[in-house]
Ligand binder design. Structure first.
Ligand SMILES: Nc1ncnc2c1ncn2[C@@H]1O[C@H](COP(=O)(O)OP(=O)(O)OP(=O)(O)O)[C@@H](O)[C@H]1O
Length: 564
């Protein structure tokens, strides 16, 4: 879709009004031109009050038409962009997590900010373009009324020139498209520099090598943009030459061919000079137009990818059989999952897989999940919490299977703190929560000297990793969901707070009837669990009662034996 098509589509209800406004300003321009020519011809006789009134009227008409054209075009384009932004945000929200991870953050940031800004900037130029076309149309009609042969010659020159001018658009667009890709690479490298700032500070060589890569990318960006702009500059110069040719034809060639040209010659020259501005506007606006088209097609491309990344069922799961409660058990039946399409991703290394795994977690149970690095603990939890959908097998809660229609309600049974958790600027999902309740939890997490809570926000979030995890714990406690998932939550806590987590917080959650799934490497606290599940190479290796636990494994649970 081009930017003109976008505006035409978006402006359907007011398309006529915009065209009428542009036409009004174009015709008013032509009247001004005709009058000035007439008055110049008639000398002092022409400069009378009647002409002056008409002149002022034409100028007022121009102002009214031009303003309506500019304002409406800008409004329509901004409305279209608002729709695009809103649509992209909604599609991102409804996307499948794994597919979204594959699209990557850089592309989404770039399209929704930079590309939208490029299109937004083109609004004024688009209105000017439309108005210029009307001025050119009206003025050429005026030129035709002065001398038809002259008009035909000038029209041929302008149309021929413009066709040649536009013939390089594809080449120019190709450079802009490549520049857009290079910009994404630069964005990723910049993210590396900012997020890896500490590592860069510790190694001048690392910093130098990263900088060299960034300089190279920036150079490629410079070259592509330079080439595209050089072509555009050539086009602009060519466009000006076409106008010179039109003037040259009127001054040098037409008098040789048409004897009666006489005083019409001056009017024609004035006419050509008058359309010079609008023609320049059309040609000068072309770079912005092409850039906007490239930006728009990049956004279209992202939207297509997001459509393909939509969760099964369109991310609109509406059924809720559980109403936020877990009564008996959460069960996984022979679930299997592999990253990507399960192939080797092109590097000869098999994608990581988990399963088949079967497990029954009784309501109110505290389960620790343990295993070496890369054994699949987080992947398993992402499957169990509905973030990833198992490729085979099924999940059920209280005997009700998890389906595409109820997966959103299923996820809302969990409150999870993954190791890459995010703290929002506002406690979204909990806005309006009673402040004293939050203050009590802040004290419970021993953060009263570090942060506070006001206006649905924690006053400070720039805390240490362990302290930020305690803030995330406050959010979990406020959410008050039946199942709590902690992915190595205690790993960043000091010994005292780690003890508090295992020996006080988890038992208190259990007392409140919560089911807890915690990834842990702290074997000295395994006695705090009802069961300890050990994963190895994506499979359950063992399920043991937590040492010192009175919990008896439910009769129905079954672990798939290693190698099964
Ligand atoms: N987004 C991903 N795409 C492809 N493979 C992935 C992805 N995330 C993880 N993996 C693979 O899954 C394997 C298991 O990762 P996972 O994070 O589940 O392990 P873990 O047991 O939680 O490890 P750790 O104790 O180090 O946190 C990893 O070895 C990795 O190869």
């Amino acid at each position: 879709m081009t930017i003109i098509e976008l505006v035409a589509k978006e402006a359907r209800p007011e398309r006529r009004k915009i065209i009428a406004a542009a036409l009004t300003s174009g015709i008013a321009n032509a009247i001004v031109l005709a009058m000035i020519n007439q008055v110049t011809q008639e000398g002092s006789r022409g400069a009378n009050a009647q002409f002056l009134t008409l002149f002022v009227f034409a100028v007022v008409l121009y102002i009214v038409g031009a303003r309506a054209n500019y304002h409406r075009t800008t409004t329509v384009l901004e409305r279209a962009l608002h729709r695009i932004r809103t649509r992209v945000v909604e599609k991102v929200e409804r996307a499948d997590m794994e597919k979204l991870e594959r699209i990557g953050a850089a592309e989404i940031y770039d399209r929704i900010t930079d590309n939208v800004a490029v299109i937004s900037e083109s609004a004024g130029r688009l209105a000017f373009f439309l108005q210029s076309l009307c001025i050119i149309a009206a003025s050429t009609l005026y030129l035709a009324s002065i001398s038809l042969p002259a008009f035909v010659l000038i029209a041929l020159l302008i149309v021929g020139g413009f066709t040649l001018y536009a013939s390089r658009n594809q080449e120019i667009s190709a450079y802009f498209i490549r520049a857009a890709q290079t910009r994404l690479t630069f964005f990723n490298q910049l993210t590396d520099l900012l997020e890896g700032f500490k590592e860069v500070k510790f190694s001048r060589r690392r910093g130098r090598e990263l900088r060299e890569d960034m300089v190279q990318t920036s150079g490629a960006l410079r070259d592509d943009t330079k080439k595209a702009n050089a072509l555009l500059d050539d086009n602009f110069i060519f466009g000006t030459c076409v106008l010179f040719a039109a003037l040259g034809a009127v001054v040098f060639i037409l008098p040789l061919r048409i004897e009666s040209l006489g005083e019409s010659q001056q009017k024609l020259i004035a006419g050509i000079l008058f359309v010079w501005g609008p023609l320049g506007g059309c040609t000068g606006g072309l770079p912005a137009y092409l850039r906007s088209n490239v930006a728009l097609s990049a956004i279209d491309d992202l939207e297509r990818k997001l459509d393909e990344a939509l969760e099964a069922g369109g991310g609109k799961a509406t059924e809720d059989p559980w109403q936020g409660r877990l009564a008996t058990a959460l069960e996984a039946h022979e679930i299997r999952y592999s990253y990507g399409d399960g192939g080797d991703g092109g590097d000869g290394k098999a994608a990581f897989r988990i399963g088949p795994m079967s497990l029954r977690i009784a309501a109110g149970e505290t389960v620790f999940i343990v295993g070496g690095n890369g054994s699949g603990k987080s992947t398993f939890l992402k499957n169990l919490t509905g973030l990833y959908r198992p490729r085979f097998g099924s999940l059920s809660v209280d005997g009700v299977p998890v389906t595409e229609a109820n997966v959103a309600a299923y996820r809302e049974l969990f409150s999870a703190i993954y190791s890459d958790f995010h703290l929002f600027s506002k406690v979204y999902g909990l806005t309006g929560v009673a402040e004293p309740k939050v203050h009590a939890l802040i004290e419970q997490m021993q953060l009263q000297h570090k942060t506070s809570f006001a206006g649905d926000r924690f006053t400070r979030r720039d805390l240490s990793t362990g302290q930020r995890k305690r803030l995330a714990m406050i959010v979990t406690l406020l959410e008050d969901r039946p199942i709590c998932v902690f992915d190595e939550w205690a790993a960043d806590q000091d010994p005292e707070f780690r003890k508090y987590f295992y020996e006080e917080l988890l038992p208190s959650l259990k007392q409140r009837g919560k089911t807890v799934l915690a990834v842990s490497h702290d074997d000295r606290y395994f006695h705090c669990a009802d069961r300890v599940i050990t994963l190895e190479y994506g499979k359950i290796r063992a399920i043991e009662p937590g040492s010192g636990s009175a919990f008896k494994p439910p009769a129905t649970h079954s672990a798939t034996k290693p190698g099964a």
